[in-house]
Design a protein around this ligand. Structure first.
Ligand code: G6P
Length: 367
């Protein structure tokens, strides 16, 4: 097993470090020389032009990818997008729109609820696309089309590299939808194609600065509760950061859309409560900062995660982590990395079994 871990103490840390490579591989599986080809996936440009409604259905972290993907699809295309938890979607009475596409996101391709949702969509005549990591898995076999993420085998129960690959797969899908439908200019498409290529090296840069996060993690090992706030894509990333923290460090954690704080959770903020704020979306920057100020005035200890250049963050946050500059749509691929590292180090600091957290399974094949 030590050999399989490639010199890392845990599979999770190894998989976190594999992200630059597997994200690059996944991008290049469909993007080459500035052009996206979905020949290997199957979905044609003509089908993309005819689709009006997208349902993204998934569980756990894959659902969080869907949340982020929704913002990207809505920004780049005129498509209607709904993101659904598979375990809810399958038991709801819901008229599915004509000309719709169901995208099932799943690392294992075996999650019982996601598979049942896929089958339901097929029964209702809805076209299905799987974003799947495990080749030949049930979802991969049964979906009409498959976009394989090239994360390779993921051992750690808490997903990192598969999540990151799913995220870039979703960006590429959104870009191609926009292109096929004539909803993006050549210039914007070219700029996005160039920018998406920079994700792997920027993830690498964040990984090189991990010691600072390790230090911060050591300060918070004893906290009982944590909150993650953000807006838009930052909210989706906060949901993933919060799940990671609770999964492996057993700290109670909640992610909230920053604007919802006032509708409840602010009552839980007291002296020393740790609040993680993800602030990468420039149009929402001031709004989230004002929410940070609100919790700070109630004693919160603030962790700010933002893009290089937004140095004013340090006026409000107690500890700031910067990610390299990138198109706002792709910022989630970078901001999730410090959050993965942080939960990893907190779990290690508490002496827990990082790769096999209690009560959790890598793939949930029962209902
Ligand atoms: C489990 C795993 C999560 C994963 C979820 C969905 O809860 O621990 O990491 O996100 O299942 O799994 P899937 O294989 O469908 O992506």
């Amino acid at each position: 097993e030590a050999a399989e871990k490639g010199g890392y103490e845990h599979f999770m840390l190894k998989e976190i470090h594999e992200q630059p490579k597997v994200v690059r591989d996944t991008i290049h599986s469909v993007l080459q020389n500035g052009k996206i080809s979905f020949e290997s996936v199957g979905l044609t440009d003509e089908e993309m032009r005819n689709i009006q409604q997208i349902y993204i259905v998934a569980c756990g972290s894959a659902y969080h990818v869907g949340m982020a993907a929704q913002y990207v699809l809505e920004e780049l295309t005129s498509l209607q997008v709904r993101v659904e938890l598979a375990s809810e979607f399958r038991y709801r009475t819901m008229t599915l729109a004509k000309n719709s596409l169901a995208i099932i996101i799943s690392q294992s391709g075996e999650t019982a609820d996601s598979l049942a949702a896929l089958r339901l969509c097929k029964e209702k005549g809805v076209k299905t696309l799987g974003i799947v990591n495990v080749v030949g898995s049930s979802i991969a076999r049964e979906a009409d089309d498959v976009f394989y993420t090239l994360a390779g085998p993921e051992i750690s129960v808490a997903t990192t590299k598969a999540y990151s690959c799913q995220l870039v797969a979703a960006y590429l899908l959104a870009m191609q939808f926009a292109k096929a439908r004539g909803e993006i200019t050549e210039e914007r498409f070219a700029a996005l194609a160039a920018d998406i290529e920079t994700i792997p090296e920027k993830i690498q840069r964040i990984l090189e600065d991990k010691e600072r996060l390790q230090w911060f993690a050591s300060k918070i090992v004893n906290i009982k509760d944590a909150f993650f706030i953000g807006r838009g894509i930052d909210y989706a990333i906060g949901m993933e950061g919060s799940l990671k923290l609770k999964e492996i460090s057993y700290i109670h954690s909640e992610a909230y859309a920053a604007g919802e704080l006032k509708h409840g959770p602010i009552s839980l903020i007291e002296d020393g409560t740790v609040v993680f704020s993800v602030v990468t979306q420039s149009a929402l920057y001031e709004k989230t900062i004002s929410n940070m100020v609100e919790v700070k005035s109630r004693g919160a200890k603030l962790f700010g995660l933002t893009t290089y250049g937004n140095y004013a963050m340090e006026d409000t946050a107690d500890f700031t982590v910067y990610i390299p500059k990138i198109d706002n749509l792709f910022a989630g691929s970078l901001s999730v990395i410090p959050l993965q590292l942080l939960s990893y180090y907190v779990s290690v600091g508490k002496g827990f079994d990082v790769d096999k957290p209690r009560n959790l399974a890598k793939s949930v094949t029962v209902e």
